[in-house]
Structures are given as structure tokens and as C-alpha cells.
Write a protein that binds this ligand. Sequence first.
Ligand code: PEP
Ligand code: MG
Length: 292
Amino acid sequence: KRRLLAELKGRPAVTKSGREIKLYANIGGVGDVGAALQNDAEGIGLFRSEFLYLQSDTYPTEEEQLKAYQQVAEMMAGKKVIIRTLDIGADKQIGYFNLGKEDNPAMGYRAVRICLTREDIFHTQLRALYRASAFGNISIMIPMIISLWEIRRVKEIISNVKQELEQQGISFGKVELGVMIETPAAVMISEELAQEVDFFSIGTNDLTQYTLAIDRQNERLDTFFDPHHPAILRMIEMTVTNAHKAGIWVGICGELGADTELTAAFVRMGIDELSVSHAFLLPVKKNIIDCD
Ligand code: PEP
Ligand code: MG
């Protein structure tokens, strides 16, 4: 019997055998929070903070960022809000960053690579994120990690920011730190990465691009672009196994997380969370409820 999606509102995303899967929403900004809540999002699994930078014609200030993060945190009223630090470069170019032309932008200067070499930009964002944590349940997630030293360096910078805020008498809450698993390198070192962070979120959009060596934007290659490729599914499974071995939770925030043909497979692998855009929240919930 086909259940009406609207009837699923208010019901938890629990499988027949009683396993609860956290069902969170992907957002690009404050404007998406209403639709997320209307569709039962139990949290925000991916706030793409780069939209704040894309919408502006110069670097958004600490205060401007604080306002956006705080608003989302307050609207979510204590529910988890996972904010991804700046992820530009590759398909997301911003003029005022002056990133320069590259032959291979997808494999170039982007995301955490910018944050770790232009620390002033990262520092401003981290201060805004920590200040916003005084108003809700904020977690920070780092994109495009490939090496252990990167996340260790991020943690050093975070600890400096916290110290600075303390010295200035500015309050902040407890903030969990996670990494996106979106490069084959991150998958292969996920056992070690899991020792460094509180959670993993698998970015299947980039993971697929880098694993299959197919530009995610190139429609000419659609015949070859197989998001269900066994290499991707095995990488997801490996990431889940290594996360759980270290006692941390793991979710998917790439578009594959919303693929209802795979919900049962993800549940079988032991995935803890799926973060999808608001239109997929109820369809995915239906599939979770139908899982054994
Ligand atoms: C991903 O790569 O799967 C992801 C969620 O990030 P984005 O699509 O913003 O690169
Ligand atoms: Mg990505």
C-alpha cells in the first residue's frame, strides 16, 4: 500500500527492526531552513557556507557571518546544525578571492587548501562559527580533506580561536568537528582520520568525481558516470566501518544520500545519518521506515 508522504510527518525515521537513522537537511542559507523544518528535518547536515561568500562582492565580515549562522542555529532550536567551512574553487569561483586561472580547477586550489594558506579568511569564519555556537547546537565540518596533517592543523587553528575568544570574554558553546569524506585519499585513511574528529559526512558528489575520474559537471560523460558504481559503494562501506571502529558517527551529505534506490543498502552498511535537500526528506523517510 502506498503511504502518502504527508502522513509521514512527525514520525521518526526508524526501520522495522528499530534502528533510527538521523534525517537531516542540506541548506545553502537561512532561506532554506523553513522548508527543511516543514519537511521534518531533525537537523541540518550540511550548511554550504560558501553561499554567504558567493552572494557578497567582498569577504563577508565576522559580524555578517555570525548573523547568518546564529539565525540558522536559533531557528533550529537546539537541533544539530552542521556548518561546512568555506568550499570555493573548482566549480564555485568568486572574483574577489583572486584565485587565478588553473588548468585543473577541480584538482586545484580549493576548499580547505584555501583555508590553510589564507588563514585570515579561515580565522574570521571560525570566530563567527564559534560565536554562533553560543546560540544553538553548531558543528563544524571541513571539506576536501586528503591528509591527517590538514585536520590536525585545523584543530590547532581552532584551539587558537577558542583561546582568543576566551581572552576577549566572548562566550561560545561546545562544537563538534567533522570532516567530509569526499576524496579517495580520505576514504583510504579514514581509520586514522576517525581518531581526530567527532564525525564523518560522505560527500558523494566529489567522491564520485574523484573516484571515477569524471568531471561531475561534464554531461558528455553521462554514459560513463555511474553513481552506483561498486567502487563508490565499497568506499562508503569502508568509511562506515572505520568510523564505527573508532566510535564516531557517519552520514552521507552528497546527492547519493537522497537516492531512494540505495536507502536500504546504506541502512545495511550501518549509516547513521542521511542529509538531503528538503524535497527528499519525506521520500527518504518512507524508505527508511520500509527497511528491515
Ligand atoms: C559533495 O561533494 O558530495 C558535497 C556534498 O559537497 P558539494 O556538492 O558542495 O561539493
Ligand atoms: Mg564536495
